[in-house]
Design a protein around this ligand. Structure first.
Ligand SMILES: [Zn+2]
Length: 183
């Protein structure tokens, strides 16, 4: 069990396309330990997801979980999900624009348009294939994490950079308590 160091924007590992995890290595002690450490690191920093490149490991691997999260108090719950070699196979034309932050882009939030629904497939931590139709906040988080595995961050997806804000100013000027945060 370990809390891993998080790569920050500017580190080249965040801009590289990650390698697929060979199926024979998924259950290896080193990949299983990396998954456990990524889960611990996500919990430590109150992330809703973290991708392996964010912990300096250029593998197509990400973990997602939303229990009660102080960084995203209004986010619906998402069970712990391990995505290995994920692929988005279809995306809806309809998009939703919501606030995103990133552990590698510390202290900032910005509005990002994302597909409302998607189809995806991946392998779980035992190497079993998963196929899922996903919508809403879960779909947003999958798109954010899959972007990391392709060397992209949410800033690349923003349609309007004038919404980019520091967290303190986000709370002061942008957050409306009567408005769901991710709508
Ligand atoms: Zn991120």
């Amino acid at each position: 069990m370990a809390i891993l160091k998080v790569a920050r924007l500017g580190h080249p590992v965040l801009r590289q396309a990650a390698k697929p995890v060979p199926s024979g290595e998924i259950t290896s002690p080193s990949i299983q330990r990396l998954i456990d450490d990524m889960i611990d690191t996500m919990h430590e920093y109150d992330g809703v997801g973290i991708a392996a490149p964010q912990v300096h490991q250029s593998w197509q691997l990400a973990v997602i979980e939303v229990a009660h999260n102080p960084r995203y108090p209004q986010a619906p719950e998402i069970p712990l999900t391990v995505l290995i070699n994920p692929e988005i196979t279809a995306r809806s034309e309809t998009t939703r624009t919501g606030w995103e932050g990133c552990l590698s882009v510390e202290g900032l939030r910005g509005q990002v348009p994302r597909s409302e629904q998607l189809s995806a497939r991946w392998l779980d931590r035992k190497g079993r294939p998963v196929q899922a139709e996903v919508q809403g906040f879960f779909a947003v988080v999958i798109q954010h994490e899959v972007d990391h595995l392709q060397g992209r961050v949410y800033l690349d997806r923003m349609a309007d950079l004038t919404t980019l804000t520091h967290l303190q100013e986000y709370e002061r000027f942008w957050l409306r308590p009567d408005e769901p945060e991710d709508d």
